[in-house]
Each structure stands twice: as structure tokens, then as C-alpha cells.
Ligand binder design. Structure first.
Ligand code: GLN
Length: 454
């Protein structure tokens, strides 16, 4: 099989199912086919090949790609063609992967259902009446529908793991600092991480391998050695110590989801692991802390979209001030505006100490909860989401019920630790996600545990 065949298959599948799934915002068909030809030639002339040689990959639309439209699913960037590649994209190119297109998302990654996209509605391939999750809903749906075997998402408060759970695929949020954020359009810089979405744990490990590691272009990327993730997939979890937080199986988590997680724990026990119930006592403050901090950071980060340098600009403004205001009023969607207003309020003088500073303190307490548990245990396990995928439109009228869906994924971002979601069964034909959380920079152990199910 040639790379051209592989890329052909990907586009064939896309043309067959996209009408229903609507995962892609932009296709890179011409360039992808040209790249495939080049790689096929390389096959005959060279001896060394990249780790993802010829692999079709889809990229979330908040990761910049040189010359390839990047919109963050926002009208304010409807015509934006970046002049450089994100570091992760550069690394994919060096690894000989083939970029197939850009994937739909909630506008600026704000949301949990991809319904906040400024352009189109992505549907869950398992049930077209349901959401694929979000904000990386396009990435998870494209992998689940077999359009691409690999995708990149981003996770600020669950946006890789939650859609992976809803679509029955594997999604990992790396340790904060593991993967460069250079070229990821910033939402909440202290939380954002790019990560891999794939069908199998093994594929996931390969993709993380390629995108990980120090990058001089991102001062928050960490100077920590990148281990060989694939060689960690030994299947051996004998003696592994698992912590199960009681807050993750309590109120709000559906009985079927709870049963699926307990079933998965039984499988791990049969392979030689042990588990005990623990507590992450500050979990109940995680949602409030996250939505305050993330909105504050977003309000600052999104100030750059002013209609001057790139993207949308209003036609009917009489002076500069009006141009800024109108461009932003017309270009941003409602959820983005809500976050900017909330964040601006929380950061304003007189309120800063009461909200932002307080939230930072609680964030430290949440981080310490995890550190305490990790003194005695290797991994933390629980569900990824309280319920399987919900119906399209079910939560759009009430932002707070939408936010509540992130209750099990958000603490992980606040603590900066890595977490994966893998499929662990079905409820009424809908996939359920199991979340495995690890110590800082210990993605290898997460993969080892996740792989034990394959
Ligand atoms: N649902 C979260 C939010 O809306 C997820 C964001 C994310 O991880 N990008 O903020």
C-alpha cells in the first residue's frame, strides 16, 4: 500500500460521511495528495522515515497551519491564513505525517459540545442526534467516523478527554509543559495543552512522541526528557496502586457510568492492580475556580482580535473606536462574549482580590489534593464525564448545565497533571469514557494502564 492509497482512503471516507458528521471546516486535499506523492517517492530513494510516515492527520482549527485557513471556528477569523506553522505541526511534518484538514470546534475552544462553532454543527457518529462533545468535537468525531486515524485537539478544561469519551476514542491531555503551545491560539494560557486523539492507545503514544518536548518558542514548555512512550506499553500492571476519588463516583454521575467504571477496575484488579477509595476534598470548587481563571485569561488573550491586523473587520464604522467595538460585536459569538465580560469583570480593580486572587489560591489547594494522593498511588481513575453524550440542543439554553459537564476533567487542568480518556463500554449504544490521571510528566504510566485494556 502506498501513501497515496492511504490518503485516498481518507478522502474517500470523508466524502462519504462528511455530509452527516460535519467534522471538518477546511480540507487540505490538493496539498495532501501532493505530499503523499512526495512521500511515495521518498520511499524509493531514502532509507530513513519519520515516525508517522504517511499517516493522515486532522488538526483542530485553533492550531495554526501555514497557508491553510485557521479560524478557531470564529467569524472573527473567517479569512485568516497563517504565515507560520505551530511547533506541533512542524514536528508532524518532520515525522512525515500528512495533514488532511482542519477540524471543527467550539469557538475559541469555549464549550463542551461543539455547538458554539461559528460555522457548522458537528454530529456524534454513534448517534447523529447527539453532540460529539467539545471543544475538540470535530477531532474526536473525525477519528470515530474513520475519516482520519490521528487528530490533534486542545484541552484547557477537558476539551480533549470529554469529546474522546463521547465519541468512543482515545484522547490524552499531556502534562502542562509537555507539548509546545507555540502556534496554539491562546484561550487560557496557564491551562491550555495540545494533545493526541486516536482510535488506539498505541497510536496515541506514537503521536505524543512526535509532538512532545522542549521548544524555545514556548517558555512554558518544559525541559524534561521525553521517554519512549511506545515501549511503555508492556501490558504489565502487576502491583499498580490505583486511587479512586469518592467525589468522582458520587452525586451527578449516572448509575450506568459508575457501573462501567467499577467494571473496568475489576479488569485491572484481575491483572494484578489494587484500588482504594480516596478523597480530593477541594473538587467541589474546581468548576467555579476554572470558569473564573479561564475567563480572566481569555479576556486578556482575546484582546488581540481588533479588526486591525487580520481577520474580520466591520464595514460600517465611522471612527477607530467604533471599528473596534463593532468588529468584536459582530465577529464574536455569544459564549465568547460571555467569557470576555466575566473575565474583564473579575480582573477589574476592586474585584481582583475577591475573585481572581481567591481563585488562584483555591487552584493551589486543588493541586495539593492531587499531590497528596500521588504520594501513595500511581494513578487516579474515574469516569471522564458524568453521563454519555447528550442530545443536540439539550444544554444550549443554560450555560451552567453545560459547564457542569466538565466537573471531572477540569481539576486535572488546574493541577497541570496528565489525563487520558479511553472507551470503557457502552450505555444504550453510547460510548462511556474511563479517565486515567497520572503524576506530572508520567504519561508513560497512564499509557501502560490504558494499554492493559487493549
Ligand atoms: N468546556 C470547557 C470550557 O468551555 C472546555 C474548554 C477546553 O478545554 N478548551 O471552557
Amino acid at each position: 500500500i502506498s501513501v497515496s492509497d492511504l490518503v485516498d482512503e481518507s478522502f474517500k471516507r470523508i466524502h462519504d460521511v462528511e455530509e452527516k458528521v460535519q467534522a471538518f471546516l477546511t480540507l487540505n486535499e490538493e496539498q495532501a495528495r501532493a505530499k503523499a506523492k512526495q512521500l511515495d517517492e521518498k520511499l524509493t530513494t531514502e532509507k530513513e522515515f519519520g515516525l508517522l510516515f504517511g499517516m493522515p492527520i486532522g488538526i483542530k482549527d485553533n492550531i495554526v497551519t501555514k497557508g491553510l485557513r485557521t479560524t478557531c471556528a470564529s467569524k472573527i477569523l473567517y479569512n485568516f491564513d497563517p504565515i507560520y506553522d505551530a511547533t506541533v505541526v512542524e514536528r508532524l511534518n518532520e515525522a512525515d505525517a500528512v495533514t488532511i484538514g482542519k477540524l471543527n470546534m467550539d469557538e475559541f475552544a469555549m464549550g463542551s459540545s461543539t455547538e458554539n462553532s461559528g460555522f457548522q454543527l458537528t454530529r456524534n457518529p454513534w448517534d447523529l442526534e447527539r453532540v460529539p462533545g467539545g471543544s475538540s468535537g470535530g477531532s474526536a468525531a473525525a477519528v470515530a467516523a474513520g475519516e482520519v486515524p490521528f487528530a490533534l485537539g486542545s484541552d484547557t478544561g477537558g476539551s480533549i478527554r470529554q469529546p474522546a469519551a463521547f465519541c468512543g476514542v482515545v484522547g490524552l491531555k499531556p502534562t502542562y509543559g509537555r507539548v509546545s503551545r507555540y502556534g496554539l491560539v491562546a484561550f487560557a494560557s496557564s491551562l491550555d495543552q495540545i494533545g493526541p486523539i486516536t482510535r488506539t492507545v498505541e497510536d496515541n503514544a506514537y503521536l505524543l512522541q512526535v509532538i512532545s518536548g522542549l521548544d524555545p518558542m514556548d517558555s512554558t514548555s518544559a525541559n524534561v526528557d521525553v521517554p519512549d512512550y511506545v515501549s511503555a506499553l508492556t501490558g504489565d500492571i502487576q502491583g499498580l496502586k490505583i486511587a479512586v476519588p469518592k467525589e468522582y463516583l458520587g452525586e451527578g454521575v449516572s448509575e450506568e457510568v459508575r457501573q462501567s467504571v467499577l467494571q473496568a477496575l475489576k479488569v485491572l484488579e484481575s491483572l494484578g492492580a489494587t484500588w482504594e477509595e480516596v478523597s480530593l476534598p477541594h473538587s467541589k470548587y474546581a468548576l467555579a475556580t476554572y470558569y473564573l481563571l479561564a475567563s480572566s485569561e481569555a479576556s486578556a488573550n482575546l484582546a488581540r482580535f481588533d479588526g486591525v491586523r487580520y481577520g474580520y473587520r466591520t464595514d460600517n464604522a465611522k471612527n477607530l473606536m467604533e471599528m473596534y467595538k463593532q468588529t468584536r460585536s459582530e465577529g464574536f459569538g455569544n459564549e465568547v462574549k460571555r467569557r470576555i465580560m466575566l473575565g474583564t469583570f473579575a480582573l477589574s480593580s476592586g474585584y481582583y482580590d475577591a475573585y481572581y486572587k481567591k481563585a488562584q489560591k483555591v487552584r493551589t489547594l486543588i493541586k495539593q489534593d492531587f499531590e497528596n494522593v500521588f504520594e501513595k498511588y500511581d494513578v487516579i481513575i474515574g469516569p471522564t464525564t458524568p453521563t454519555p453524550a447528550f442530545k443536540i440542543g439539550e444544554k444550549t439554553s443554560d450555560p451552567l448545565t453545560m459547564y457542569a459537564n466538565d466537573i471531572l476533567t477540569i481539576p486535572v487542568n488546574l493541577a497541570g497533571v496528565p489525563g487520558i480518556s479511553i472507551p470503557c463500554g457502552f450505555v444504550n449504544g453510547l460510548p462511556v469514557g474511563l479517565q486515567i490521571i497520572g503524576k506530572h510528566f508520567d504519561e508513560s504510566t497512564i499509557y501502560r494502564v490504558a494499554h492493559a485494556f487493549e
